[in-house]
Design a protein around this ligand. Structure first.
Ligand code: NAD
Length: 420
């Protein structure tokens, strides 16, 4: 079903994924082109004053991929390897993700090429405020609503919200999500991605007859999404977390790790590496660890044609965006591995972002229980919808999630009269 990926360029991968679905849905050439083209792209080069008094010009991007189903939505990433093609791919995935969970958004993404690990708090604040002022004409609660992504957090969102509000002359909490609670953030947003991922793993376990209670789990990328998913699988579903990793390397203990203790250790030392009682393992090895559930929760292009046949997990739940290349999908499908694709498995974050935006627009806030119950309903329904399509077309879950999403976007385009 999947085609060989000519390169690891994430936008090429994103376009290949659209082509695969367009074949299944027999979409015509014009519609294919619309689905493979970002609607609006903005590149900005802007100066930031560094702590030593010098100026550095940074490059940032905001890509609004599709507005067919509503305002666009997507995170902002700070990373040295950010590129326009990466941002385009991430914006496309946001479009399909919002459609899979059936929330009324199109997709967007942003990023700045920078090395946040070597920038001070003040430099990051100036970078964020200046970037916000550069993209200000194209963001807003009815247009495009940014959120956190890799190496951005609730503080970053607070700076964006404040910069935007200063320009408007009043507080506009709905311009970003993932804000601190004190500024109109939602209960449960911080852990929504990992929690949503854990719900999809639970549903897949039920369908496969695989007991998550006592089952073994390996997590590549013990950051926000990965650590929360590990905590919830451990605390609420009784899973045994046997291996975790971060950018410096990984650790393994077949008897099980306490994810909360690992989190505390990482907070103090900066990495999971060196956690007492565990053996060192590389980021490549963690993907090949024998376990029931593997959660890639770091960056793109981790499971490829080279290592897919070495994956030994029964379920691969993609907390990260784009961790698997198309040729690896085919290999894992043939091996009988159940892949919970990113646009389903990590959609809990954008779902609670949508809840946050809805609460901000109403000025009426929900309890943590209300948020989690609504999130659970959305994830359970989206898992069931995806599986229904997979069985109907006899395709793997990623293609099924794309068919579900793209069909919804196509329906919106046609109903609006783009393709009568
Ligand atoms: P984060 O910065 O909190 O965590 C990323 C983690 O990955 C860190 O622990 C980092 O050390 C680790 N890492 C970086 N490079 C690595 C490598 N080469 N090998 C192994 N680990 C590595 O970011 P996050 O918010 O948890 O995002 C992680 C992934 O989840 C990204 O792909 C992101 O797009 C996706 N995601 C996040 C959210 C969210 O709400 N946070 C929502 C949807 C998708």
């Amino acid at each position: 079903m999947a085609k060989e990926s000519a390169s690891a360029n994430p936008f090429e991968v994103a376009k290949q994924q659209v082509d695969i679905v367009a074949d299944i849905l027999h979409l015509d050439g014009g519609l294919r082109q619309v689905l493979k083209s970002p609607k609006r792209e903005l590149t900005v080069n802007f100066p930031v004053k560094m702590d030593d008094g010098s100026y550095h010009v940074y490059t940032g991007y905001r890509v609004q991929y599709s507005m067919a189903r509503g305002p666009t939505k997507g995170g902002i990433r700070y990373h040295p390897q950010v590129s326009l093609d990466e941002v385009r791919a991430l914006a496309a995935w946001m479009t399909w993700k919002c459609a899979v969970v059936n929330i009324p958004y199109g997709g967007a993404k942003g990023g700045i090429i920078c090395d946040p690990k070597h920038m001070s708090h003040g430099e990051l604040e100036r970078l964020t405020r200046r970037f916000t002022s550069e993209i200000l004409p194209i963001i807003g609660p009815e247009i495009d609503i940014p959120a956190p992504d890799v190496y951005t957090d609730s503080q970053t969102m607070a700076w964006i919200m404040d910069t935007y509000s200063m320009q408007r002359g009043f507080s506009v909490p709905g311009v970003v999500t993932g804000k601190p609670i004190s500024l109109g953030g939602s209960e449960g947003r911080g852990e929504a991605t990992g929690r949503g991922c854990a719900y999809t793993i639970r549903e897949a376990g039920k369908e496969l007859g695989l007991k998550i209670k006592g089952g073994t789990v390996a997590v590549q990328g013990f950051g926000n999404a990965g650590s929360v998913c590990a905590n919830i699988l451990h605390d609420e579903q009784g899973a045994k977390i046997i291996a975790v990793s971060d950018s410096r390397g990984g650790i393994i203990n077949p008897d099980g790790l306490n994810p909360h203790a690992v989190e505390e250790y990482k907070k103090k030392s900066g990495s999971v590496v060196g956690f007492p009682g565990a053996k060192a393992i590389s980021n490549e090895e963690i993907l090949e660890t024998k376990c029931d559930v593997l959660v890639p929760a770091a960056l793109e292009n981790q499971i490829t044609g080279r290592n897919a046949d070495k994956v030994q997990a029964k379920i691969v739940a993609e907390a990260a965006n784009g961790p698997t290349l198309p040729e690896a999908d085919t290999v894992m499908y043939q091996k009988g591995i159940t892949v919970l694709p990113d646009i389903l498995a990590n959609a809990g974050g954008v779902t609670v972002s949508y809840f946050e935006w809805a609460q901000d627009l109403q000025g009426f806030f929900w309890t943590l229980d209300e948020v989690n119950q609504r999130l659970e309903r959305v994830m359970v329904q989206s898992y069931a919808d995806t599986r229904r399509i997979a069985q109907q077309h006899k395709i793997h879950n990623r293609s099924a999630a794309y068919v579900l999403a793209i069909q919804r976007v196509v329906d919106a385009l046609k109903t609006r009269g783009f393709f009568p």
